[in-house]
Write a protein that binds this ligand. Structure first.
Ligand code: NAD
Ligand code: TDX
Length: 337
């Protein structure tokens, strides 16, 4: 089977390729990635000589490259996107191009090449923001209400994917997952930023009052969920994938990280809030649990410990990433080095 993975040099995409080749060694994987600031082939160095893996450097908005790599593809797993909310506030147009236009180019090519499955990776952020006080959760039937340019561009891509199913019969599935964490995550996102700052003895910037709530999903659990959807998911369906069943706010997450690393709460620095910051995300993932038999392998704290260990043991990886462009971004976003 030939699988085209888009954005396979990013955080989740590279974890997915490593997972897939380990669990389905007979399949062929083609990784199409533009190598933006977030793409890093170091993530895949352990499999770069695997004869069942190949890398194509290209943009999903570029029809000629997409048509070329799509030829003979059985399954598309589409991760490629601009993925960071704060960057979407600074520069929304990159998000519309990659996430909306890029997805449409892929859908067209998948249709033309009669792929058997097109799986689109989306986010819980398309559903908007929940109140801290109420205990409601997002599910597959929740109305869309995206509130950041990032979320709006992902919502646009989800609508296009569904439109290609309804209008042209393209065999699609969609998953809307919560915040991922784990190895190879770019340290602009909250958990890897916190861990790597603390390993450098730098404070952790916490937006606003720190009482914002996210659902946290370990990346390997996410890869297992995608595998099940590809194997047993129903065409045209959406699956919500989350990791938790109880709320945890950002301050509580940081306090867990500080405790594991043996650091004090003086390492927390409250900084200016994100504009339009969504208060709470919580996900009801009972559909994938009941229909496909998926659930996370371990609890949040256990996965967090494993993640912290990985960043401790792979300092060269993140120290390399934290050079150059990252330094400029950090200064612009946080006003400090
Ligand atoms: P990432 O930013 O780490 O990686 C994105 C990858 O896509 C990079 O390798 C980048 O080079 C590539 N890319 C970007 N634009 C491209 C283009 N035009 N053409 C080809 N490649 C391009 O992102 P991630 O965290 O791995 O997220 C992967 C997917 O999962 C995204 O679609 C994101 O919206 C979704 N998602 C992420 C999270 C999360 O917590 N990280 C949660 C929910 C959904
Ligand atoms: O420096 C920070 N300080 C801080 O308090 C950063 C980077 C974040 N935060 C807060 C904002 C959020 O409440 O931590 C929480 C998580 O922030 P991010 O890691 O930026 O993730 P989020 O905005 O929740 O979006 C993420 O989850 C859904 C991913 O970036 C998206 O790609 C995904 O779709």
């Amino acid at each position: 089977m030939k699988i085209l993975v888009t954005g396979g040099a990013g955080f989740i995409g590279s974890n997915f390729i490593l997972y897939w080749l380990k669990n389905h060694p007979g399949d062929l994987i083609v990784n199409l990635d533009k190598l933006t600031y977030a793409g890093n082939l170091e993530n895949l160095k352990s499999i770069k000589d695997n004869k069942n893996y190949s890398f194509v450097h290209g943009d999903i908005c570029d029809k000629s490259v997409v048509d070329r790599v799509m030829e003979g593809t059985d399954i598309v797993v589409h991760f490629a996107a601009e993925s960071h909310v704060d960057r979407s506030i600074i520069n929304p147009s990159d998000f519309v191009k990659a996430n909306v236009l890029g997805t449409q180019v892929l859908l067209d090519s998948a249709l033309k090449n009669k792929v058997k499955k097109f799986h689109h990776i989306s986010t819980d952020e398309v559903y908007g923001s929940l109140k801290l006080e109420d205990k409601s959760t997002f599910n597959e039937r929740t109305s869309y209400n995206p509130r950041s340019p990032y979320a709006a561009s992902k919502a646009g891509s989800d609508h296009l994917v569904r439109a290609y199913y309804t209008t042209y019969g393209l065999p699609i599935t969609i998953s809307n997952c919560s915040n991922n964490f784990g190895p190879y995550q770019f340290p602009e996102k909250f958990i890897p930023l916190a861990i790597t700052n603390l390993l450098e003895n730098k404070k952790v910037p916490v937006y606003g009052d720190g009482l914002y709530v996210r659902d946290w999903l370990y990346v390997e659990d996410h890869c297992r969920a995608i595998d099940l959807i590809l194997e047993k998911g129903n065409e045209g369906e959406t699956y919500c994938i989350g990791g938790l069943t109880e709320d945890i706010n950002n301050l509580e997450v940081i306090k867990k990280i500080l405790k594991i690393l043996g650091k004090g709460e003086d390492m927390i620095e409250f900084v200016k809030d994100r504009p339009g910051h969504d208060r709470r995300y919580a996900l009801d993932w009972s559909k994938i649990k009941n229909e496909l038999g998926w659930e996370p392998l371990y609890g949040f704290e256990e996965w967090l410990r494993k993640t912290i260990d990985w960043y401790k043991q792979n300092q060269d990886w993140w120290k390399n990433v934290k050079r150059g462009e990252y330094k400029n971004y950090y200064k612009k976003q946080y006003g400090t080095e």
